[in-house]
Write a protein that binds this ligand. Sequence first.
Ligand code: EPU
Length: 418
Amino acid sequence: MDKFVITGGNKLCGEVTVGGAKNAALPLITASLLVRGQSRIFNVQPLTDIRTICRLLNILGAECSVGDDMVIVDTSGLKNYEAPYKLVKTMRASIYVLGPLLAHFGRARISLPGGCAWGPRPVNLHIEGMRKLGAEVALEGGYIIARARRLRGANIDLDFPSVGATGNILMAAVAAKGETVINNAAREPDISALAEFLQKMGARIEGIGTSTLHIQGVDELHSCDFNNIPDRIEAGTFMVASAITAGDVKLNHCRPDHCQAALQKLQIAGCDIEQGVDWVRVRRDGDIQPVNVTTEVYPGYPTDLQAQWIALMSLAKGTSWVIETIYKDRFTHVAELARLGAEITMKDSTAMVKGVGKLKGAPVMSTDIRASASLILAGLAAEGRTDVTRIYHIDRGYYRIEDKLVQLGADIHRERDE
Ligand code: EPU
């Protein structure tokens, strides 16, 4: 296993290019299962999670290859409809094959994703959505077993605007007979990108970017190419990296319009922000001001930037409150940040973060993608050496993050953790 060794204290300055969005690319790749032939998806980083979803597609009989910045899927040989436990357990997003497989084969057998590092993550909304579309779904031996002779359109009211459930239902509905309406749909840019890809394949979808999606099922979809969107969470992480090190970083190839909630908070925290259509510059000279954050669905402040915010607030001049509403227990980073000297008190899903004058380097352990990002950020700002272990977590969602940080002046390298 590898670890990062960071010597903190350097201000990050310069320019960095933001890669393609992981959470958009995953359903874009599985949506390719809806058509016969070759689909090419550009602006996809060769992340571990991208390799995992491609491995799953290969198990299904498709040919899926990961390049430096693109994924090619050829579905000519697609023949299986089972997503096995050994793969799903490593990445919950494997559930994104449920809708496409049901649409393609009228059958799907998907290992039930279990909980994750920070608690339960149910998939009931995915299952109920498929049932509404006319599928029979049973849970047996740890698998979701779904069948439908032909999916048919339906009115689906989501109890919560789940990103994954919206994506799965959308992929199934485009090939269903008749109209589907998804009410309370997720509005995340990842879902809009998926809907645009499906439209390009010939799907009929209205309401993209809103919480009501109207889908008119079509008999045939065709393969096509698509450009993935930039990763707003990677962008947000680099913005916080600039802020926490009193740096001056310009992010290129990003979508500031997808990052407005984070940018507003950074400005209140004392950063200067300049932005164009596809770039943003984040600078800080003065103190970090304490700013409360409550995570919300898009366009609110994202849960995937909550851990990074807590790292930043650990060095604020005062106390702030960070409330997590999407995943109530997503706080595994808190105990690790405390090892660096952060003063954080938890009550239910609220972290009270008392800013300290400085953090001091220490060995810490990653527990998930975003928790690892927060530990790296804290390490960059801490005095002395921080070793971040179990960094396979960060490799799932950030492609060679250390190279990008070094380019900005950070002292960080990867080492074998003996
Ligand atoms: N939920 C249910 N039932 C369901 C589905 C979701 O109760 O059937 C609940 C969840 O337990 C949670 C909330 O709804 O409380 C939100 O879950 P959602 O389905 O929106 O999340 P997801 O699709 O499983 C995606 C991202 C996550 C990100 C969330 C929220 C992917 C592959 N994952 O997960 O990303 O945190 O949306 O924005 O797109 C990450 O990248 O580190 C990550 C965890």
